[in-house]
Design a protein around this ligand. Structure first.
Ligand SMILES: Cc1ncc(C[n+]2csc(CCOP(=O)(O)OP(=O)(O)O)c2C)c(N)n1
Ligand code: SF4
Length: 541
């Protein structure tokens, strides 16, 4: 079969295409974005007409995927770990409805917070929702497991989660493809009440879900992704989950690991295998990227007095991602630290692109806000969040997507006036609109600056659901038309923009300033594409 060089994300995307999905639903978020982008540019996906445009947020994505599953077809839904918080209502309830067509949820975690606000572990969400979770250890497994996830989903009529972390998502390896399976045809669930979660139905469905737990566990016990290897050295037994398995291999040449190893790639935890390992060794070392979820369970009722090592006893640092050196040190191996990084490779703080519209907007805001005491600019998440750093130092908060407007409401209620919210166009349609509606309904005296750069800049320039609609949405939500102002953030408009911001900050009600100028990165890409298209006839002639 064809061999491809793929990122972990791309391997999942290719696996889903080959598993016969009819749609992918997603909102961008590092490190999950490339799954959907790969499907969007895949020739096979185009030929099949696989639906792949971006959703407004993770909850709408999750619900659309559930809808496709209801209609009998296979669907994939992708998000970063914090996106699962946004989708959580639909996600947890989808375990109660169960699936009809295969339903797979890809959640990409970001331990060490390379591009995130926290390092929560999605496996907890899987456990919380009581569904099977798969965790690949390399790119080939990412591909194979995705296909397997759809089989598992249809075998048990249950959504299945695939959990990956940044290092796997964003590193490449050779992946062997298997044949492409056909899509499902539309077929409704055999139980017409399956997706009607009235309490009387939900109670029955929940009982069903509880009954399925034993099958999920026995399936995990027999899974080819949970393998126990008994070693000659019984002093330590190692549990290696997902990518940690790869880090363990990197510490030993030629498969020479002397210890017994239980590799876990499918949850719920295969307790039978876990017990077998526990009984055959003196102590256990747990290697898992993220929270100590397996370790915690092992330290509980399963522990009959043996020493358990992992994150909780400090053998491995509690925070941050694993790597081969951390694993080697936990095994008392001699680690070669390598050379110190040259300065050019060392971490530098990110910054706004030169010429970004956000620089002009926040330069103007800084100038106006000087009149007031500090601490009143509530920001959201996007490129504009970088205005927290020098030289601008414009914003005072950034908590979660949508929180700028709602936090400004709370602060204004507390008497911090004027209060300013700064949000991007994509974030506005993700979760800012409802906050603005709250502000309108309570006549909250806040000024909302919507940085409309026609794209989702921070995650690489994906289409924004807000494109061409921001002004109309604000009117529709009920903001008074005379307090919806549009400015073009350019140096030459600086004086004019200062006046607009000043006037709206003085207004005792909801005002919106739309700072409208395209992201220069997407503008450049668009121009390049246009130039290429113009030259196309010459090339083909
Ligand atoms: C719940 C959640 N989903 C996704 C992300 C990833 N993410 C960070 S900012 C952002 C959107 C940025 O777009 P926009 O608001 O238009 O601002 P821009 O970056 O274009 O300035 C996304 C998708 C996140 N941090 N949290
Ligand atoms: S990517 Fe676009 S929005 Fe983000 S800083 Fe650069 S120019 Fe500004």
């Amino acid at each position: 079969m064809q061999k491809l060089l793929l990122l972990g994300d791309e391997a999942i995307a290719q696996g889903a295409i080959d598993a016969g999905i009819s749609g992918v639903y997603a909102y961008p978020g590092t490190p999950s974005t490339e799954v959907t982008e790969y499907i969007q540019s895949s020739k096979d996906a185009k030929e099949r007409g696989i639906r792949s445009s971006w959703s407004a947020n993770e909850k709408t994505a999750m619900e659309s995927a559930i809808g496709m599953s209801y209609a009998g077809k296979k669907s994939l839904v992708c998000m970063k770990h914090v996106g699962l918080n946004v989708a959580a209502d639909a996600f947890v309830n989808s375990a109660i409805t169960g699936a009809n067509g295969g339903l797979v949820v890809l959640s990409a975690d970001d331990p060490s917070m390379h591009s995130s606000q926290n390092e929560q572990d999605s496996r907890f969400y899987g456990k919380f929702a009581l569904i099977p979770v798969l965790e690949p250890s390399d790119q080939q497994e990412a591909y194979d497991m995705t296909r397997y996830a759809f089989d598992l989903s249809e075998k048990f009529n249950i959504p299945v989660m695939i959990r990956i972390t940044t290092r796997l998502a964003h590193s490449r390896a050779g992946v062997e493809r298997s044949t492409m399976l056909p899509e499902n045809t539309v077929h409704l669930p055999t139980n017409p009440a399956q997706f009607i979660l009235l309490p009387s139905n939900a109670r029955k469905q929940y009982e069903e879900l509880l009954k399925k737990q034993a099958s999920f566990e026995s399936d995990a016990g027999e899974s080819g992704y949970n393998i126990l290897t008994i070693g000659d050295d019984k002093t330590i037994g190692i549990i290696a989950c997902g990518l940690a398995s790869n880090y363990l291999n990197e510490n030993y040449q030629d498969d020479s690991i002397p210890y017994s190893v239980l590799r876990i790639g499918q949850y719920p935890i295969p307790y039978k295998l876990l017990n077998e390992l526990y009984e055959s060794v003196d102590e256990i070392l747990v290697l898992e990227d993220g929270y100590p979820i397996v370790e915690e369970q092992l330290r509980g009722s399963l522990n009959k007095g043996k020493k358990i090592r992992g994150r909780m006893d400090g053998s491995i640092p509690m925070a941050g991602e694993l790597n081969p050196n951390i694993v080697g040190k936990a095994l008392n191996l001699t680690i070669e630290e390598g050379y110190p990084l040259p300065a050019i490779l060392q971490n530098r703080p990110p910054s706004l692109c030169e010429g970004s519209s956000h620089t002009d907007t926040f330069t103007a805001l800084n100038e106006v806000i000087q009149e007031y005491s500090p601490g009143r600019v509530f920001s959201d998440i996007g490129c504009y969040t970088l205005s927290a750093l020098a030289p601008l130092r414009s914003i005072n908060t950034c908590v979660d997507m949508g929180a700028s407007i709602t936090m400004a409401i709370g602060a204004a209620d507390a008497g911090l006036l004027p209060a300013v919210a700064a949000i991007g166009d994509s974030t506005f349609t993700h979760s800012g609109i409802t906050g603005l509606l709250d502000a309108v309904n309570t006549k909250s005296p806040i000024t909302v600056i919507i940085n409309d750069n026609s794209t989702t800049g921070m995650t690489g320039g994906q289409d924004s659901s807000a494109f061409g609609k921001v002004e109309d949405i604000c009117k529709g939500v009920g903001v008074e038309e005379e307090h919806i102002k549009i400015i073009v953030p350019l140096k030459r408009n600086h004086e004019e923009n200062l006046k607009v911001i000043k006037d709206e900050l003085h207004y005792n009600g909801v005002s919106v300033i739309i700072a409208k100028r395209e992201c220069i990165q997407t503008l450049r890409r668009r121009m390049k594409l246009k130039a290429l298209k113009k030259r196309e006839p010459e090339i083909t002639d």
